[in-house]
Ligand binder design. Structure first.
Ligand code: HEC
Length: 120
């Protein structure tokens, strides 16, 4: 039988698939390591991983309008406002403004409010 000219391509393909499979297994392993490492860091800081992002990360969605340090931009300065007021605004919104009701709710709203009210 003559050599089929397609055989080298099939070998290359098989090798490629094997490589992808191997790399994805490696990747999955790394991901677990990264996740484990992150969890440790979080507990060192006294927060549990299940709490999710803190107020400091969550305000990234407010910065566009309220300024990088939340001292005002297109929107007013909100740094240092009463936490209760911030939670109220996030839940109920301000009519006729970009602050729509329910912008943030629950523990996210509380984390944001606590962080912002701690600013100057
Ligand atoms: C699209 C722009 C925009 C975004 C995004 C935005 N805001 Fe605002 N915000 C405004 C504007 C404009 C006002 C002023 C509304 C008014 O008084 O008419 C305002 C008002 C407020 C007020 C009331 C201030 C006061 O003196 O009573 C709070 C509190 C507030 N925003 C918090 C936030 C938080 C927290 C976020 C992020 C989760 C956020 N905002 C995201 C535009 C924005």
């Amino acid at each position: 039988m003559k050599n089929n000219p397609i055989i080298p391509y099939i070998l290359i393909m098989a090798f490629g698939i094997g490589l992808i499979f191997f790399m994805s297994l490696e990747g999955a392993g790394n991901k677990e390591e990264i996740a484990a490492g992150h969890g440790e860091e979080a507990t060192e800081e006294g927060a549990t991983a299940s709490e999710g992002a803190g107020g400091e990360e969550l305000v990234s969605s407010c910065i566009g309008c309220h300024g990088g340090d939340l001292t005002g931009g297109m929107g007013p300065k909100i740094a240092g406002l009463d936490a209760e007021h911030i939670v109220d605004v996030l839940a109920n919104g301000i009519e006729g403004s970009p602050m729509t009701p329910g912008l943030k709710t629950g523990s996210e709203a509380e984390a944001i409010a606590e962080y912002i009210s701690s600013l100057e």
